[in-house]
Design a protein around this ligand. Structure first.
Ligand code: BDR
Ligand code: CA
Length: 310
């Protein structure tokens, strides 16, 4: 088996972040060098607490760092309606350990500076921590293998008609990553809509094993209100785990290289990712969008991996 891919996982748990974090920690293809928390779905105090509790639940020793409590400009707009006021749909977890000393962007830079091989940055939250790290020491981008994000949409948003939640919550940060010169790969809303966690899929996931982590993951996902807006029936899209699955099983996805430009204006389309999938402009390709996912295989992978955890 090839050496595991070193990653830094930046998250804002968050119900779907919880499943993504557990999937990453359960997968031998990935070496999670650090987990960094930002505010987003709920405030930083809660996302950090949740990241610590989930990492402990998985029996992982990955260090967890506290990061941004606000975007580069303005303030995070939280999503308690989807994630609950605690960020995990009211599913209580034993508390985890303490955060590692220091702050996320410093830790990211320190890891990149001393990395023996390039590190993959994985972002499933507003991109503030990752952008702060690269903007404050741009040459470290040379130690970044690629940047894989759950962010953006080529059509309608979910936070506003124009913008997806993570992109809206820090569009300038996402622009910094897109301009970093490193490959940026986006799991957009159109991709994650194909990974609908229907009640049937959650039941199958629950039946995959008997461990506490798997049960917790299923309880958390079952708390998410139905979001049938994209016509995929009951349940909700399992956004963030798609980005992790892409690292583990890229063969389950199809992709397209294209140009992605941010709407950074103050108007109603702020945070929109203008994705030119059909090359209708001559803008250079600066990103890859994930276009399709084999959803049944994705849910099978999730069950098989989460069942390995305590
Ligand atoms: C993204 O926004 C958050 O609410 C989810 O955790 C995911 O990262 C989906 O738009
Ligand atoms: Ca998230």
């Amino acid at each position: 088996m090839p050496a595991p891919t070193p990653i830094i996982l930046d998250c804002d748990p968050g119900t779907d972040d919880a499943l993504a974090l557990l999937l990453a920690l359960a997968s031998p293809e990935l070496d999670v060098l650090a987990v960094t928390a930002a505010g987003g779905n709920v405030g930083l105090e809660l996302t950090l607490r949740n990241a610590l509790a989930l990492t402990a639940l998985a029996g992982s020793r990955a260090p967890v760092y506290s990061g941004a409590d606000r975007p580069l400009l303005g303030a995070f707009v939280n999503a308690p309606r989807v994630h609950g006021v605690d960020g995990l749909g009211g599913i209580a977890l034993p508390s985890g350990g303490s955060p590692a000393p220091g702050i996320a962007s410093d830790a990211i830079r320190a890891i990149l500076r001393s990395a023996q091989r390039p590190v993959t940055l994985v972002g499933i939250a507003p991109a503030t921590n990752l952008a702060l790290a690269l903007a404050s020491e741009p040459k470290l981008a040379g130690n970044v293998e690629r940047i894989v994000l759950m962010s953006g949409a080529w059509g309608e948003g979910n936070a506003t008609p124009a913008a997806e939640f993570n992109a809206l919550n820090d569009p300038e940060a996402l622009e910094i990553l897109l301009a970093s010169g490193r490959p940026v790969e986006l799991a957009t809303l159109e991709l994650t809509a194909q990974a609908q966690a229907t009640p049937e899929r959650i039941a199958a996931l629950r039946a995959a094993g008997t461990g506490r982590s798997l049960k917790t993951a299923c309880d958390i996902q079952a708390s998410v209100p139905s979001s049938p807006r994209r016509g995929h029936g009951a349940g909700a899209p399992l956004h963030d785990p798609c980005a992790i699955a892409y690292l583990i099983r890229p063969d389950l996805f199809t992709t397209r290289a294209c140009s992605v430009r941010m709407d950074l204006g103050p108007g109603p389309s702020r945070g929109r990712t203008v994705i030119d999938r059909w090359d209708s402009t001559s803008a250079p390709h600066n990103a890859t969008v994930l276009e399709t996912i084999n959803a049944d295989a994705f849910f099978a992978l999730l069950g098989e991996r989460l069942a390995r955890l305590p």
